[in-house]
Ligand binder design. Structure first.
Ligand code: NAI
Length: 697
């Protein structure tokens, strides 16, 4: 078939009386401006061409269409006509039947385009969905109006509200596509179109009356869901589909889309989406850097972290050797892993066979020599430099040349660990978060000697096991934990100044944090930070304010949930925190000793103190080059520390506040609270230069 080019990204041809409209905008045929122009022009040709009686729309490359070109959001190209809605209206009005032949993906606007067609066919493994809610949006080109007319309200709502994807097979079951095809989409689409009769497109169909309880559905949206606003708007749009004629429904949907796309929540979610993709890229890596595949992994230490890390590899189908120092510890670790898998299986998310398969990929050993063949070894033994150095010396002796030796240390120097080996270029930090089989964040800690190949291989392996890798450099606590230090510092100062642990925690959860700082401390175990504080005590400047509350709590053997008491008290076997007068007494005494006068604090003040402490430290981390980009810091906080995604991470939050306003408030805090609040020089420089974003530095 000969094709002509109708725009940069759309080709047109005819074959046996059927027009073929081919989207050709790699990598996912996103619906940028030139695609919309091209499809509209193609439809004009279809109408004019007397030799054509039907048309097929298909995608070139890996899929049909991945949806709107999100990079064009809030740019003139996004609003340059024709809009997607107009293109779809043109398809719908076509007197000649139009078939969408879907392979790969039809997501967001891509599925909306297909919904405008008179017929849809899909490959069995194609993935179809209206995924806009994940970016804090609703479909804006009729998806919420046409889908329920095709598959009914309940199914449509599940797809739209949760951005769920369905396979081609499932789509056929739902009536979303007419048939499943195999092979070439153009051939299958042309054959389907050749035989197609003009049936009304979904938008022309009437809507069956429904008793669906939309209010209950709206009320059930979780207050903490990252995209609660978009979910509620999705329910509203579906309700509109049942109450309004199509044209009015489309107008309503578009208005909701416009409102969301301009709002701060969706902007933040889009920021996080791009930030994650960006974070895996390493700015100074040579383009020809070789990458080593991880075929066999090994984990040293089967404790809380080691077990979770081994599961993360097994979940991705990568065999892993798990080493422990004694049989008892190994048995304990294995029992915990099996227990975790059994819980997942009980929820119906894994079959018994899958559990066995995954456990089968984890080979247990007490002989370190069994790690000899591993391409990547991750050490997760006690957080003790001497213990870690000993493990790395032994690994250096047994591991094959070129194996990557990684440490899961939370705070220790990867450079110091690397120095005890004969191959520091192969040593790196891989800082997983607990529970390691679930949490997406992975800080990839680049040592001074870490080679580009080691780094690139680790980010690749991280993505293979479903993690969000963020490359950071060595410093005390790396990015995430280092920023926690001033955050927790303020959270504790606030106690001395008059707040209770529950007021601080509630203020921050109301701001959107998944948990309050004292709740997190009790969950993670207070002893870990206590040990760090003791280690760092000799270097702590004596003139700086220091809050003794957490030390005093620890001195009473209160290490958090695991000891039944920390900042809060816990009933036997329960994780529910109860305020504890013992802690109130400790706080009051510490305040007295420190000469701090207690007063009533507002929630706003609590949030400002804690969140701006994160921002100021983040700016410092950025200036030191510990993080490559401000958006990397946001990924760390959103995917690893429970920062609300709809606020985009601490650095994005500061940008929305205004860097100038942020600096002004930090300066005001500096006036009152002194040196701890010295404004980060980078922030001062940016504001002086009139910058509104960190990324401009
Ligand atoms: P854990 O105490 O639960 O587990 C440590 C395991 O290592 C124990 O099973 C112990 O028997 C084993 N072990 C100790 N010395 C060993 C040796 N020489 N050879 C083999 N096995 C040995 O500790 P956890 O919490 O799993 O921490 C491990 C590492 O992960 C630490 O460096 C910690 O800082 C880091 N980490 C911990 C996080 C957490 O939330 N618990 C989060 C991120 C990192």
């Amino acid at each position: 078939m000969k094709t002509v080019v109708l725009s940069e990204t759309v080709r047109y041809g005819t074959q046996d009386g059927v027009a073929v409209i081919l989207l050709d905008n790699p990598p996912v045929n996103a619906l940028g401006h030139s695609v919309r122009v091209g499809v509209a022009a193609a439809l004009d040709r279809v109408a004019e061409d007397t030799g054509v009686h039907a048309a097929v729309i298909a995608g070139s490359g890996r899929g049909f269409c991945g949806g709107a070109d999100v990079r064009q959001f809030n740019t003139p190209a996004a609003t340059a006509g024709p809009m997607l809605g107009e293109v779809i209206a043109k398809i719908e009005a076509s007197a000649k039947p139009v078939v969408a032949a879907i392979h790969g993906v039809a997501l967001g606007g891509g599925l909306e385009l297909a919904l405008g067609c008179h017929h849809r066919i899909a490959t069995a493994d194609a993935r179809l969905g209206l995924t806009e809610v994940t970016l804090g949006l609703v479909p804006g080109a009729g998806g919420t109006q046409r889908l329920p007319r095709l598959v009914g309200v309940a199914e449509a709502l599940d797809l739209v509200q949760h951005g769920r994807r369905v396979t081609g097979v499932r789509a056929a079951g739902l009536g979303l596509v007419d048939a499943v095809f195999e092979g070439d989409p153009i051939a299958a689409g042309t054959a389907h179109a050749a035989a197609a009769e003009a049936v009304p497109a979904p938008g022309v169909r009437s809507m069956a009356p429904t008793e669906f309880d939309f209010s209950a559905r709206r009320d059930a949206v979780g207050a903490k869901d990252r995209n609660a606003l978009a979910q509620r708007a999705a329910v509203d749009c579906l309700e509109a589909a049942t109450r309004l004629p199509l044209e009015e429904g489309l107008t309503y949907e578009r208005a909701r889309f416009d409102e969301l796309v301009a709002g701060p929540e969706s902007k933040a979610l889009r920021h996080v989406f791009f930030a994650e993709r960006q974070a895996a890229k390493i700015a100074d890596l040579p383009a020809d850097t070789a990458v080593r595949e991880v075929v066999q992994a090994a984990v040293i230490g089967a404790g809380t972290m080691g077990g979770g890390i081994a599961m993360a590899f097994a979940n991705a189908g990568i065999p892993v050797v798990l080493f422990e120092r004694d049989q008892q510890a190994l048995d304990r670790g294995l029992a915990r892993m099996r227990h975790n898998y059994d819980i997942t299986a009980a929820k119906g998310r894994l079959t018994a066979a899958q559990v066995e398969e995954r456990m089968g990929l984890i080979r247990r050993t007490l002989d370190l020599a069994d790690a000899a063949d591993a391409d990547l070894v991750i050490e997760a033994v006690f957080e003790d430099m001497d213990v870690k150095k000993d493990v790395f010396r032994r690994l250096d002796a047994v591991c094959k040349p070129g194996a990557i030796l990684a440490s899961n240390t939370s705070r220790l120097s990867v450079d110091e660990i690397a120095a005890v080996t004969s191959r520091p270029q192969d040593v790196i930090g891989l800082h997983f978060f607990s529970p390691a089989n679930i949490m997406r964040l992975l800080e990839v800690v680049r040592g001074d000697a870490t080679s580009p190949t080691t780094l690139a291989s680790c980010t690749r392996a991280a993505q293979r096991i479903g993690k969000a890798p963020v490359v950071v450099r060595v410093c005390e606590g790396f990015v995430g934990n280092r920023m926690l230090t001033p955050y927790w510092r303020e959270a504790n100062f606030l106690l001395e100044e008059g707040a209770s642990p529950q007021q601080v925690d509630q203020a921050l959860t109301r701001f959107g944090m998944a948990m309050g700082p004292h709740n997190v401390a009790d969950l993670a175990g207070l002893d870990i930070n206590w040990a760090t504080r003791k280690r760092l005590a000799p270097t702590r400047p004596a003139h700086l304010r220091y809050c003794r509350v957490p030390d005093r709590i620890c001195e009473q053997g209160r290490f958090g949930q695991k000891t039944g008491a920390g900042y809060y008290r816990y009933e036997e076997g329960s994780r529910i925190p109860h305020p504890d007068p013992v802690v109130d007494e400790i706080i009051a005494r510490c305040a007295r000793e420190a000469g701090v006068e207690r007063r009533a604090l507002t929630d706003d003040e609590i949030v400002e103190r804690c969140i701006l402490a994160l921002v100021n430290e983040g700016a410092q981390i950025l200036a030191e080059g510990i993080a490559q980009r401000a958006s990397d810091i946001d990924v760390v906080y959103v995917s690893g520390y429970g920062f609300p995604a709809w606020r985009g991470g601490p650095m994005h939050y500061a940008e929305t506040l205004g860097l100038d306003v942020t600096l002004e408030r930090i300066r005001a805090l500096h006036e009152v609270h002194g040196e701890h609040w010295t404004p980060a020089p980078l922030l001062q420089r940016l504001v002086a230069a009139g910058a509104t974003r960190f990324e401009t530095c």
